[in-house]
Design a binder for this molecule. Structure first.
Ligand SMILES: Nc1ncnc2c1ncn2[C@@H]1O[C@H](COP(=O)(O)OP(=O)(O)OP(=O)(O)O)[C@@H](O)[C@H]1O
Ligand SMILES: [Mg+2]
Length: 417
């Protein structure tokens, strides 16, 4: 059935397609960033060009499906279907299957050097652990299914000076996008072990091997033996965790006698780096030798593009965050100068934002936006699902995969990719 009320030179076509084939088409077109109508148009063109009709497709349960095709294509498709003795529904299903066969899912593009993201701020409770976990979960999500992502409209709008929007209450623009499919390792670098516990995992027992032992050069076994998977179908086997151990409370003391101690984290992690695309380090709320080692680990390596690895700083829209930020950036700048390193800032995440708190919140947000380098890469609202996920010890993306928090963190993961 066609309708003359068309989009420019296209006409509307209404037919039927089995739901599974429609879903595959939706995912593949999203993966390849192609319009569904263009895919159907190409599929029908290829089908018509075949010497004979391919094997039948099971069209049972087919449901109404409409799209837009170039004027005249549906009429000639109708004639071809008649010649081949197949129904329009069967011909359309074969065309869509053919397009899927000719346009396979793209493989995930993996970085040549493992990306290292150091999530830091010595100010406590700003959301470092929440942002680390959520970003890692977003990076590891299944690339063969679609997930709602908040599109960048809010950040773009915020860069204009004349508007004062409220990202905490403005309804987000959503787009369903394939997961990023990265192999991700989370490092719980905080002796408090919040990240480990939030993900429902156990801290490593004291007295055994731990990251601290590896950094101090006193480990008995390989580091890989300490790593555990974060299980869920949406992550496949792509999301792993190196749990915390309370012995890290003494890390600074133990590092004080280690040679080239800034490089201690890098030495400890180098044997497992090739197993991962991205490593995220959840830092403790402190500044010290262990933070030097984390920042050093996030420095730009010789073969790396600027901005591939670096520090992601989590802040809040309030005055006390600004002082903490100055201290952290001076530590980073000192390390940069003392050791002649390139250390990139991946951005600022303004977390726990609630514009209803009034002038302090909105003016602080503006002050973060005004810094520009590093730029604000995400504004994450204060939402209850984050606290609830922590309470039930589940990854946020398992507890509330479609919630506003997950939607915002997927956007953050893409913003810094
Ligand atoms: N966007 C958010 N919305 C609601 N709650 C949040 C959000 N971000 C973090 N939280 C909650 O705030 C609390 C502190 O967050 P988190 O533990 O991530 O901070 P932190 O900076 O890692 O703290 P610490 O400095 O102790 O390591 C936690 O209960 C967390 O669940
Ligand atoms: Mg923390």
């Amino acid at each position: 059935m066609t309708s003359p009320s068309s989009q420019s030179d296209r006409e509307k076509v209404v037919s039927k397609l089995p739901p599974w084939l429609r879903q595959e088409l939706k995912i593949r077109t999203a993966q390849l960033r192609v319009d569904i109508q263009d895919a159907v148009h190409q599929g029908i063109a290829h089908w018509s060009a075949l010497a004979s009709a391919p094997s039948p497709v099971d069209t049972s349960g087919a449901e109404s499906f409409s799209t837009w095709l170039p004027a005249g294509q549906w009429e000639s498709f109708r004639a071809d279907s008649k010649d081949r003795g197949v129904s329009l529904i069967q011909g359309l299903a074969q065309s869509v299957r053919l397009w899927l066969e000719l346009n396979p899912a793209p493989s995930v593009v993996r970085p040549s050097v493992v990306r290292r993201i150091i999530v830091c701020n010595q100010k406590g409770g700003v959301g470092k652990t929440a942002i680390t976990a959520g970003t890692a979960e977003a990076l590891a999500e299944d690339p063969a299914s679609l997930h709602p992502v908040r599109v960048a409209r809010q950040l773009a709008r915020l860069s204009t000076d004349d508007v004062q929007p409220d990202p905490g209450t403005t309804p987000p623009d959503l787009e369903d996008l394939p997961g990023l499919g990265m192999r991700v390792l989370l490092i719980d670098f905080d002796p408090q072990g919040h990240l480990t516990k939030q993900l429902g995992q156990q801290p490593l027992p004291i007295g055994g091997d731990s990251l601290t032992c590896h950094m101090a050069g006193e480990a008995k076994g390989p580091l890989a033996d300490l790593i555990v998977p974060v299980p869920d179908d949406r992550f496949g086997d792509r999301l792993h965790l190196l749990p915390a151990c309370t012995d890290a409370f003494l890390l600074d003391v133990r590092l004080s006698t280690v040679r080239a101690r800034e490089a201690a984290l890098e030495r400890a992690l180098s044997p497992i780096e090739s197993d991962y695309d991205v490593i995220l380090v959840d830092c403790p709320p402190s500044l010290g030798l262990s933070m030097d080692a984390a920042i050093y680990y996030g420095r730009r390596r010789d073969t790396e593009q600027p901005g591939a690895s670096g520090a992601l700083i989590v802040v809040q829209a309030e005055d006390s965050s600004a002082d903490a930020y100055d201290l952290l950036t001076s530590q980073i700048n000192d390390l940069r100068d003392d050791l002649s390193l390139d250390i990139d800032y991946l951005g600022l995440v303004v977390n726990l934002y609630d514009g209803r708190r009034g002038y302090i919140a909105t003016s602080s947000l503006q002050a973060w936006m005004d810094i520009k380098d590093p730029r604000v890469v995400a504004i994450v609202p204060d939402l209850k699902e984050q606290r609830e996920a922590v309470r039930v010890k589940q990854p946020l993306f398992v507890y509330a995969p479609k919630g506003d928090q997950a939607v915002a963190l997927r956007a953050l993961a893409r913003e810094i990719s």
